[in-house]
Write a protein that binds this ligand. Sequence first.
Ligand code: GAF
Length: 384
Amino acid sequence: MGAQQVAERFTELYGAEPEGVWAAPGRVNLIGEHTDYNDGFVMPFALPQQAIAAVSRRTDGILRLHSADIEGGVVELPPDALEPGRDTDWTAYPAGVAWALREAGHGVTGADVHLSSTVPTGAGLSSSAALEVVIALALDDLYGLGLPGWKLARLCQRAENVYVGAPTGIMDQTASACCEQGHALFLDTRDLSQQQIPFDLAAEGLRLLVVDTQVKHAHSGGEYGKRRAGCEKGAALLGVDALRDIPYAGLDAALARLGDEEEVRRLVRHVVTEDERVERTVALLRAGDTRAIGPVLTEGHASLRDDFRVSCPELDLVVDTALSAGALGARMTGGGFGGSAIVLAEATDVDTLTKTVEEAFAAAGRTAPRVFEAVPSAGARRLV
Ligand code: GAF
């Protein structure tokens, strides 16, 4: 659905044209998984799939929300209804953002919102961050707050952590807010410093496929939080603020100090090696050696599967099948426990690879995966 259709539906619903229309994308993470809540490095890029919101201000504090993608009418939230933990459906994301803005002292006096999103939900592609960021940007613009993308991302993360109750890091919101077309975002999640790394696969005869396994995941479930708590325990045992502070060269010594904490040791090993993989990927891309990132992606998958233990049989099936059919590299992307994998391949191999993965899923009796090409796209912006 495009900006015009979203605006027209807004007008039907609310009886007046919207003041504006905004978009915020989902993302794929190229490398740097489960590092963002350890103050580490990540490297996402924005997808063409995006959430679009038509929005107008209100003066009475009321938030009215409607989604083209979910059955049901307009949901009306009076000002005193915005309370963490209260909304348990999709409205928690936009409501959480309005709550976070108000809580941070910004005079947001209500809004009428109509939303539509093409980001698949539960697919590890940041559909929730897209919803949060599109609302944050719209309210920032309409209320003249002038907040930079990274600050909007922080407020959206607060909405997700406190209002929705999912203990996620900062990667997805920053990706949606700050990515640029044709680039991957090299982000230091400690200070949110950013570098846009040119990432034009098509120019090199390459493609990056997203394979959505259709196994749905959710981060408010316990496993994500357990990994996060395990990492925090590791940092505490090692006497550092965050696992980011363990240098790669000091990893063996750090692991030795963890004694019989086998599980924590695995988590620490993943995070420290993953940060190094991000830095290696950036160096390879800067050197113009894009094909060489393939094995780095695959190493990342093995670490997420064996050490961090957030993969699942379907994600492993994508990775193993794609690699045996000639992919340059493959890994799960996002939080894991379902969702999507990415496959780096020669453009000429895409059809065969897609067919091989689909056949492997059919042979294993699994739901057919959804395969599409990931093109590095623009971050959040005003459309109308
Ligand atoms: C999810 C979270 F939302 C991110 O913050 C990040 O931790 C990711 O999982 C794993 O890298 O997408």
